[in-house]
Design a protein around this ligand. Structure first.
Ligand code: PZK
Length: 287
């Protein structure tokens, strides 16, 4: 547990502590949420997988954008990071039409002001990745916003910068992941500014919790591909006929084991390191 650290925030599956005026500790738990509800059963090592993968991407994208990572702790689930002034928008990039992007497209033919070709199927690959910012809803769901609304929140010049950097990060990661059999359908970045006003990538990045990962070999436009990591949990929840209102059901151990194995598989495919090696020395992903 973080010694002399002050708890400053809770996410659904993560905790945030202040280490001092300049540094935070981001701790990823093994909690899992599905259909927006945190389940009572943990998936062992899930937080370590997400922390390790984030660290891997931070190390490999430094030339695209500075990031907040200072160190990975020995526990494998905690990231020491620079304290930033976070921007008040979620920077979403979509390479495929899924989730709220698909819903907006069906309703209006566009997503966040990007007019798209007619006749696209659900899950279709887009001609180019698009930047689709969203507001950070304190509670409930983030809401997609257009360029004008995003510019009001961060300024026009900063918006251009985060759009450019977000798309470059997405292209880099999606190309790498595709070569390892994983499609990154979409992803969400959170940026902040350091004391100099330099843009810095924060939060977790390019993990299965901040992105939609699909197995490339099951991809089929016109359908909704299975989630790389959570499909067993979702299928199990659906099989119960649960109404998706909290509290969620307990998850049996075979479903937990299958889900853990999928998280570890994503880590090992993308980072090209055995997960056991990561547990021995988490900073191996940074080298
Ligand atoms: C920051 N969150 C999200 C909320 C969590 C995470 N480097 C940073 N500097 C300042 N603030 C943040 C970060 C980061 N990352 C991140 N909120 C503030 C959040 C609750 C729990 F684990």
């Amino acid at each position: 547990m973080p010694e002399a650290a002050i708890h400053v925030g809770s996410g659904k599956v993560r905790e945030l502590y202040a280490l001092d005026d300049e540094r935070l500790l981001l701790v990823a738990s093994d909690r899992v949420s599905t259909f927006d509800v945190v389940l009572p059963t943990d998936v062992p090592d899930k937080g370590r997988v997400l922390t390790g993968l984030s660290g891997f991407w931070f190390a490999r994208t430094e030339r695209i954008c500075a990031n907040h990572l200072l160190a990975l702790r020995e526990d494998g689930r905690s990231t020491e990071c620079r304290r930033l002034q976070m921007l008040p928008i979620e920077c979403v990039v979509r390479g495929y039409l899924a989730g709220s992007g698909w819903k907006d497209y069906v309703r209006t033919g566009s997503v966040c002001g990007h007019e798209l070709p007619a006749g696209l199927l659900e899950s279709a690959e887009l001609p180019e990745p698009i930047f689709t910012p969203a507001t950070k809803a304190a509670t409930g769901h983030d809401e997609n916003i257009d360029r004008a609304q995003a510019a009001e929140l961060v300024g026009a010049a900063r918006l251009e910068e985060v759009e450019h950097v977000s798309i470059a990060l997405y292209r880099f990661a999606a190309d790498h992941a595709r070569s390892r059999g994983i499609l990154i359908a979409d992803t969400k970045f959170e940026f902040g500014l350091d004391a100099d006003g330099t843009l810095v990538l924060g939060d977790e990045a390019l993990t299965p919790d901040s992105s939609r990962f699909w197995p490339a070999d099951e991809y089929e436009p016109g359908a909704s591909p299975p989630s790389f990591d959570k499909q067993f949990v979702r299928d199990y929840c659906e099989s119960l006929g649960w109404d998706k209102i909290a509290p969620g059901p307990e998850i049996p151990e075979d479903v937990v084991a299958g889900t853990r194995a999928r998280y570890v598989e994503a880590f090992e495919r993308l980072a090209d390191i055995s997960f056991d090696r990561y547990l021995e020395d988490p900073e191996v992903v940074l080298r």
